[in-house]
Ligand binder design. Structure first.
Ligand code: FAD
Ligand code: UDP
Length: 389
């Protein structure tokens, strides 16, 4: 029997869903297999028992400079204008707590060092790097000026080292420099976490946006299906349900798992999310508060600030605890640990995939990369457009 579809997509997160929709619109008959009981991948959101809209796999804020991606996604959702603002919450010298904006900026400087001294240091930094410039903590630590160097040490100690140790189990200088570069020191009074042209939250949530995206006559989605029980990869190609499958396969799961961990597992960090619903309107006044010096968790997110949901007397927060991924069923491989050794291991799996005709690895897991939502949506569109030619 011939397969009644042209393309098989494994995974219904951004990579799989965007690609699937674009291919379906190109006239291809597409089947999407998703292991979880829901679409949207790690961007999945839902109402919790208290009726609060939560992000089950951690807080997701959409932001992009890519107008094409923004316009494309806007076909499936309206947006709530939301500018993410984050503060670091640290113990002060009087035994209380201090909060200032992250990325560490001119306002943070004045909060940390007092108005006058903070202003003077800010001017010195701007003279060295330029106003409105972003300087990574690793760059700042290279500065030989004693005052700037002392300041770099302060920011390293109060913003980066403990948070990074919690998140990665390693120091900032030992992880991929692009990771801490995501949150540079910002010589500005702009206290937003992102400066992208487009930012916001899907008005009704991510899940409805994905449901709309996946609703197309050429598209079939099967939930709760582990594709690796249906699909086999051999050097000659791919079989689906035991039959040779000549069409394209877009695989967005883990690359190591696809090849039964032949060269050993790719390392990841996983997270424990601990949700709490509290009997109050507002817990912390911000979408996200980072605990950059103490506590075992890295950050607390309060969803109502992100989503704008009004629900008097109730709020849900989530605390994030990071640890090494152990490969067990209850754990999710959230973050690739990018370093030369792991990249080399990934390259071996990629080489296996490249040798199989029509097999495409796409997404945060399949490509072993630290993609934001917009980046992977952009890549998915590009791949689908190529395959539609
Ligand atoms: P995923 O969302 O992981 O989707 C892959 C899907 O494939 C999953 O649903 C999985 O179940 C399925 N799958 C895997 N294997 C199989 C199989 N064998 N059979 C069937 N299905 C399978 N990005 C931002 O832009 N802004 C943010 O604020 C942001 N916050 C984040 C916070 C956290 C805690 C994390 C971990 C990530 C965050 N991201 C954020 C990144 C964002 O989650 C990713 O860019 C995006 O989810 C990547 O989409 P994807 O499709 O590649 O992967
Ligand atoms: N980081 C930090 N302190 C902070 C915020 C970020 O040390 O207050 C570092 C940390 O290493 C983190 C990285 O910068 O993993 C990237 O932060 P981002 O908020 O982009 O992480 P994500 O939201 O992707 O988990």
């Amino acid at each position: 029997m011939q397969n009644p579809f042209d393309v098989l997509v494994v995974g219904a997160g951004y990579a799989g869903s965007v690609c699937a929709r674009c291919l379906a619109e190109g006239g291809k008959r597409v089947r999407v297999l998703e292991r979880r009981p829901h679409v949207a991948g790690n961007a999945y959101d839902r109402l919790d028992e208290a009726g609060v809209l939560i992000h089950q796999y951690g807080p997701h804020i959409f932001h992009t400079n890519d107008q094409k991606v923004y316009d494309w996604l806007s076909r499936f959702t309206q947006w709530r204008d939301y500018q993410h603002r984050v503060v670091a919450d640290i113990p002060d010298e009087q035994g209380g707590r201090l909060r200032y904006p992250v990325p560490f900026n001119l306002t943070s400087l004045e909060t940390a060092f007092g108005a006058e001294e903070g202003k003077r240091l800010g001017e010195k930094l701007m003279a060295a790097y330029g106003a409105e410039k972003k300087v990574t903590i690793l760059e700042l630590r290279q500065n030989s000026d004693p005052e700037i160097s002392a300041l770099a040490d302060y920011v390293y100690e109060h913003v980066f080292v403990h948070y990074t140790m919690k998140q990665w189990g390693q120091k900032p200088e030992d992880i991929d420099p692009n990771t801490t570069a995501r949150v540079p020191v910002f010589l500005s009074r702009d206290d937003r976490y992102f400066q992208d042209t487009y930012q916001g939250m899907p008005l009704k949530g991510y899940t409805p946006m994905f449901e709309k995206m996946l609703c197309h006559p050429n598209l079939t989605v099967e939930l709760g299906v582990d594709a690796l029980e249906r699909l086999k990869v051999t050097e000659g190609g791919v079989t689906v349900d035991g039959e040779n499958f000549p069409g394209a396969v877009i695989y967005t799961g883990q690359a190591d798992e696809l090849f039964t961990f032949r060269y050993g597992p790719l390392p990841y960090r996983t997270l424990d999310f601990r949700f709490e619903t509290l009997p109050q309107d507002d817990f912390q006044g911000y979408g996200t508060v980072n605990y950059t010096v103490d506590q075992d968790y890295t950050r607390i997110t309060e969803f109502k600030h992100l989503t704008g949901q009004t629900l008097p007397g109730k709020t849900t927060i989530v605390k994030e605890y990071s640890k090494a991924y152990g490969g067990i069923l209850e754990e999710v491989p959230y973050y690739a640990i990018i370093n030369p050794e792991n990249n080399a291991l990934y390259a071996k799996y990629k080489a296996l995939a490249d040798a199989i005709p029509n097999l495409h690895l796409l997404g945060r897991l399949a490509e072993y990369k630290y993609y934001n939502m917009d980046a992977i949506a952009g890549r998915a569109l590009a791949l689908a457009e190529e395959l539609n030619k």
